[in-house]
Design a protein around this ligand. Structure first.
Ligand code: PMP
Length: 382
């Protein structure tokens, strides 16, 4: 059982809250770096010093050895299987996280164009927009500022530019938990999406996109890696004055090994993909994720103490943001939750409030534990 902070309220919660997902482990609701599947962590621990009888850790294994190439190729094959990615897409494992892709997107996809379209629906799409402005003219298709980024602007208000090199949007704004539940139709103009916080949460029709990217530290693995899925016909026309590491075509030609890649992260990503396949793939994850999010929003909506400000049709299934009607109680909520093994529920420093990130690796039991705590805290503070 977790050691309690004696200055905090001792509350009687069920054992599952206190024991977490495994001995010595907490229910970690951090937005990223986020919880990884317990089975992945255990396998990594098991193999840490000696990868499959080599006497060498994956961290120490040469990236061009047959052993590592097998790890890398299997990871790519498993990701392709999970998302049914066809051969006309490259799958790249790059460094620089999600933010790296904010720059690499215009550097690679502008081609002979000078302008790109951006939908601004929150913090991360705004960051991507700012980065793109360093390299090209940017047309803001729509901006959710008038709803404080609590809703996706209505389609009939979007101003798409026929001459845009691509249309960019963030599929899941992690801070407030604002998620697209469908794929915008942009005709022949390639669609680019940042899925850092919702890739692999459910099946995805990759064929609708020119480029899908995700920083790894939510649904994929440890931070420091970005997965990039890009249509082959869109690469090969990157600006010439950029570092070769940022050029998708050059990376693709070298299987993402233009230099020494983050091998351990790639390996963990591979274990996560394998774990997802073992769970039954993304249809299974989708059903569990929907159930977890629905039950959590239901408790918040039914409460007199908690509330969620996002337009219900655009609520995220990955990041559930909520506030307390009496905001002065929020620090106590966070401290008591921590003392009861429910970790990292504070909202982002930009937004404040509270946030439960419930990615693939958060078991339903973790959400149940949080719900039990929400009820308990409300009973005592109603
Ligand atoms: N996009 C989204 C949707 C994110 O949530 C984040 C990070 N939380 C980023 C991009 C930036 O990722 P990174 O920190 O890996 O650069």
């Amino acid at each position: 059982m977790n050691r309690m902070n004696s200055s905090l309220e001792q509350i009687s919660l069920q054992q599952s809250v206190l024991t977490g997902p495994g001995p010595g482990r907490a229910w970690n609701f951090n937005a990223g770096p986020a919880m990884l599947p317990q089975a992945v962590m255990e396998q990594a621990r098991e193999e840490l010093l000696d990868w499959q009888g080599t006497g060498i850790s994956v961290m120490e294994l040469g990236h061009r050895t047959p052993q590592f190439i097998q790890i890398a190729e299997q990871a790519e094959a498993d990701l392709r299987e999970l998302l049914s990615i066809s051969d006309n897409y490259h799958v790249l494992f790059l460094q620089g996280g999600g933010t790296g892709q904010f720059g690499m997107t215009p550097l690679n996809l502008l081609r002979d164009k000078t302008t790109a379209d951006y939908l601004v629906t929150g913090h991360w799409s705004a960051k991507a927009y700012e980065e793109a402005r360093r390299f090209c003219a940017v047309n803001v298709v729509a901006d959710g500022a008038d709803t404080n980024y609590c809703a996706i602007p209505a389609r009939d208000s979007w101003r798409l530019n026929d001459d845009a090199a691509y249309v960019y949007y963030c599929a899941n704004e992690t801070l407030l938990g604002l998620e697209f539940h469908d794929i915008p139709d942009t005709g022949d103009i390639p669609l680019v999406t940042d899925m850092t916080s919702n890739l692999l949460a459910r099946p995805l029709d990759v064929s609708r996109f020119g480029l899908v990217f995700a920083g790894a530290q939510k649904n994929i693995g440890p931070t420091g890696l970005a997965v990039v899925i890009v249509r082959k016909d869109l690469v090969g026309q990157a600006r010439r004055d950029i570092p070769s590491l940022y050029d998708y075509a050059l990376q693709a030609a070298e299987q993402s090994m233009l230099n020494t890649p983050p091998t351990f992260n790639w390996y963990i990503a591979g274990l996560t993909f394998r774990w997802l396949l073992d769970q039954g793939g993304l249809e299974t994850m989708a059903a569990v994720n929907r159930r977890k999010a629905e039950k959590l929003y239901a408790v918040i909506d039914d409460s007199a103490l908690y509330y969620n400000e996002i337009e219900p049709a655009h609520r995220s299934e990955m990041n559930v943001h909520f506030r307390l009607r009496d905001e002065s109680l929020e620090p106590r909520f966070i401290d008591e939750a921590e003392a009861n093994n429910l970790k990292a529920l504070a909202g982002h420093r930009v937004t404040g409030g509270l946030r439960a990130s419930i990615y693939n690796a958060m078991p339903e039991a973790g959400v149940d534990a949080l719900i039990e705590f929400l009820h308990e805290f409300e009973r005592r503070n109603a």
